[in-house]
Design a protein around this ligand. Structure first.
Ligand code: SF4
Length: 167
């Protein structure tokens, strides 16, 4: 897990920091904070703990985002119950790429996640899969962004039961 933060206005994002170091540096000047998790399926409890602690430190003054390339409501719900505000679907990328990505990143809500959106670990890697197709359809990039955490109602895969292997 990595932590990124910034001050109010259009200031640059700072980071990454490990969560403990990053949270220790949270002060009155921090207004926006993003916790980046690559594997929410394995880090759900740790992520929720970091969100809860951030909320205690910063109250309602800090906007807390969860950034991950592998969103799935079932694994992120605990973090949102702990006080996260929004979700950022980010590339699975090194910190420098994330720093460049964050300023213009689309922020969505947990409710925007399709209920069929699952996360699985295959070949020792986390990935998003579609439960509507027995977790066999792997989701990524444009498809994930456009439908699975976007316009779920328009997704062409919600109806029917084709066993697509890939999107
Ligand atoms: S592909 Fe469609 S049905 Fe499957 S998780 Fe994404 S939005 Fe839901």
């Amino acid at each position: 897990m990595q932590l990124f933060s910034r001050k109010p206005g259009d200031t640059p994002w700072q980071g990454p920091a490990d969560p403990i170091t990053g949270l220790a540096a949270v002060n009155d000047e921090v207004s926006d904070l993003v916790l980046h998790v690559e594997w929410p399926i394995l880090q759900a409890a740790r992520l929720a703990g970091a969100v809860r602690l951030t909320r205690r430190l910063g109250g309602d003054r800090i906007r807390i985002g969860i950034a991950t390339p592998h969103p799935a409501g079932e694994w992120l719900a605990e973090a949102f119950r702990a006080g996260a505000d929004d979700l950022v679907i980010c590339p699975g990328a090194p910190a420098q790429v994330l720093l460049a990505f964050l300023p213009a990143a689309r922020r969505c809500r947990l409710e925007d996640c399709c209920p069929h959106l699952h996360q699985r670990i295959r070949h020792n890697l986390p990935m998003c899969v579609c439960g509507r197709h027995r977790d066999r359809m792997v989701l990524a990039g444009h498809h994930l962004d456009r439908w699975c955490v976007g316009d779920v109602a328009s997704c062409p895969h919600r109806s029917g039961g084709d066993d697509h292997e890939e999107a």
